[in-house]
Design a binder for this molecule. Structure first.
Ligand SMILES: Nc1ncnc2c1ncn2[C@@H]1O[C@H](COP(=O)(O)OP(=O)(O)OP(=O)(O)O)[C@@H](O)[C@H]1O
Ligand SMILES: [Mg+2]
Length: 410
């Protein structure tokens, strides 16, 4: 009985979107056996664009989404894996080069790789920033041998190249504080887009080349995968809220009404607005008011064109463009706009599909990040438990250290 309880564990991902907070609880038996127990979402408050405008409000909102997911699943959790959107992040490439030995040559060890990576991280981060992710790009031994894992090669110096995602330390502290105030611990912080890729893009696609496009409310993240690693990350300052705003401004509507019209009537199809006929009846204080479908279509088309121009520049401008053999996978609420897949496919000349993280889940692309964060939570805990000093782990550590020492000096 105890054994069974110890084996089945629940993990929670909390995706702090600037428009919607999403939480998901998963049940993990092992890496391949993750069951989604349930998801819950609530409209985000307390944010003003990418800053916290009211921490108490944000904290209440976090409590609401967490209570929602716990009630829905009947499972109580105390800690979350926190996901933040691209609005909080900066992307930077950094590299460092170190000598392997004072004179002569030596075999590259795992210790050397950690040392050169550490150096690249130190050089790539500003004083007021924290590193959220460091994606290794390549190592080069003696300026020639480029390799993903050069351990065992002989050389005199080693260079490492990293792709860093950093966030302002103070902003992170405030986000974490809001979660604590809501009554939950933070396991660690991750980039929501990357977490979504964990469940929406499979290993094969990441190896063959694919881009994950997360269309949020205020920002779109494009993550390029190739050879199983993250090769590039780009942010486009555009999201679904831009369409809502344009509809609201052009048609003199409230934002809530414009949002409703976008979701029910908005289409990214390329039809000429002039050919769209008919009216939508909108409820106003003094009864119903007709709105021309043509005007809605014009507003959506104008914004979509704007977005496609940015996206095309990012995707076709990437040096991985010709290696995107598995095309593009879309997640995020903005990707639910009718006709978005077809328009993107036509513009970037690559197959596009929705990222379905969990079969049968409604609006799965919206929850991909929360589910991916839950999975990350599980993997982190698993790693931590492996690092706990059991006699076997301690023995492995000693053996590894001796091996590295031998490689270092002989
Ligand atoms: N059915 C739908 N059709 C069109 N747009 C939609 C639909 N559902 C949600 N959206 C839009 O998706 C956006 C919210 O998406 P999402 O929840 O992924 O954003 P977020 O994670 O809160 O924001 P960000 O990642 O930018 O911080 C909003 O602009 C919303 O209007
Ligand atoms: Mg998001």
């Amino acid at each position: 009985m105890f054994r069974k309880m110890a084996q089945t564990q629940y993990f929670c991902g909390l995706d702090l979107g600037t428009h919607t907070l999403k939480a998901g609880i998963i049940c993990a038996k092992d890496e391949e056996n993750l069951d989604l127990m349930g998801v819950f979402e609530t409209r985000a408050t307390g944010f003003k664009e990418a800053s916290i405008s009211d921490i108490a409000e944000l904290s209440d909102c976090i409590q609401h989404v967490m209570q929602g997911v716990m009630q829905k699943t009947g499972i109580k959790v105390h800690a979350v894996q926190l996901g933040i959107s691209g609005s909080f992040l900066a992307v930077r490439r950094s590299s460092a080069i170190i000598p392997l030995i004072d004179s002569g040559t030596k075999v590259v060890s795992a210790f050397d790789l950690r040392k050169v990576d550490h150096q690249a991280k130190l050089l790539g981060v500003n004083l007021d920033e924290d590193i959220i992710h460091d994606f290794p790009q390549w190592y080069r031994v003696d300026d020639v041998n480029t390799s993903a894992n050069p351990a065992g090669l002989v050389g005199r110096k080693i260079e490492s190249s990293l792709l860093l995602l950093t966030a302002q330390a103070l902003r992170l502290r405030n986000l974490t504080k809001a979660v604590h105030q809501a009554g939950f611990e933070v396991n660690s912080v991750a980039f929501s887009g990357f977490a979504a890729g964990d469940v929406a893009v499979d290993k094969e696609d990441k190896t063959q080349g694919c881009a994950l496009v997360d269309i949020g409310a205020n920002i779109t993240s494009v993550i390029f995968f190739k050879n199983g690693i993250v090769g590039d990350v780009q942010f486009i300052p555009w999201g679904g809220n831009y369409i809502t705003q344009t509809i609201a401004e052009r048609l003199s509507l409230t934002v809530d009404l414009a949002e409703e019209i976008k979701k029910t009537q908005g289409q990214a199809s390329q039809s000429d607005p002039k050919e769209v006929s008919g009216e939508i009846l909108v409820k106003r204080e003094k009864g119903y008011m007709p709105i021309r479908r043509e005007a809605v279509c014009e507003a959506v088309n104008w914004e979509i064109e704007n977005f496609l121009t940015h996206l095309e520049a990012v995707v076709k401008g990437s040096n991985l463009y010709y290696q995107l053999n598995k095309g593009i996978v879309m997640v995020g609420g903005g990707s639910l706009l009718t006709g978005a897949i077809e328009r993107i496919e036509e513009r970037v000349n690559r197959p596009v599909r929705m990222g379905a993280s969990t079969p049968g889940l409604n609006n799965a692309p919206v929850y991909a990040a929360a589910i991916g964060l839950g999975r990350m939570h599980y993997l982190k805990k698993k790693q931590e438990s492996l690092n706990i000093k059991t006699p076997a782990a301690f023995k492995d550590k000693i053996v590894n250290s001796v091996r590295e020492l031998c490689q270092e000096y002989f």
